[in-house]
Design a protein around this ligand. Structure first.
Ligand SMILES: Cc1cc2nc3c(=O)[nH]c(=O)nc-3n(C[C@H](O)[C@H](O)[C@H](O)COP(=O)(O)O)c2cc1C
Length: 172
């Protein structure tokens, strides 16, 4: 499938929307709920078995996905702001909670992402952070942007241990 050309048209996510998808161990999509299709503009047939990176927006810094995967692979949940690309090139912002779901015997079942609306204040703060991380990444690479992310957390009195609660607290 050809990648959409990004536009500056924002797709609205409302306070009642809960955008859910599930993925296999590699992150390939195994389930999407109806609102996921409505906002992204894809049909379920176009999404199933595709990697979640079908939604990847070029404004997203790599370091956020690196951090996401490191944590979910270890069974830890992650709250992260994500700007996603729609089929028509538009975008939407969400605060995603990504976690592992296990079978009753404790084995891996799938990864589940539940995404909610973000507030204007969070959008402003995170857009600025991600623009800086992206620039650092382009100029100096991902290791430098990991340091820039740690510096941002530290400036706000936070660490990676408080990443999730800090991200949630920004969504006010
Ligand atoms: C359950 C789950 C949901 C995900 N949701 C998104 C998403 O909404 N948008 C996105 O860009 N990446 C999402 N990812 C991360 C992608 O797997 C991928 O790491 C990311 O798009 C970066 O792609 P790249 O490494 O090919 O550049 C999700 C991963 C999982 C496991």
């Amino acid at each position: 499938m050809q990648r959409p050309t990004p536009t500056d048209v924002e797709h609205e996510v409302t306070s009642v929307d809960m955008i859910v998808s599930k993925g296999d161990a590699e992150g390939n999509i195994t389930y999407t709920n109806p609102i996921f299709m409505k906002i992204t503009g894809y049909t379920q047939g176009e999404l199933l078995d595709q990697p979640h990176s079908i939604l990847r927006h070029p404004d997203m810094p790599k370091v956020i996905f690196k951090y996401l995967w490191q944590n979910i692979k270890e069974g830890k949940e992650v709250y992260a702001y994500v700007k996603n690309l729609c089929k028509d090139g538009g975008y939407y912002w969400v605060l995603a909670q990504v976690r592992v779901a296990k079978n009753p015997d404790g084995s891996f079942r799938n990864y589940v992402s539940t995404r909610r609306m973000i507030t204007p204040a969070a959008k402003e703060a995170i857009s600025a952070l991600y623009a800086n991380l992206l620039k650092v990444e382009q100029d100096e690479g991902v290791e430098a942007s990991e340091k820039a992310l740690l510096a941002y957390l530290s400036e706000n009195g936070q660490t990676l241990e408080t990443f999730n609660s800090f991200m949630q607290s920004l969504n006010k």
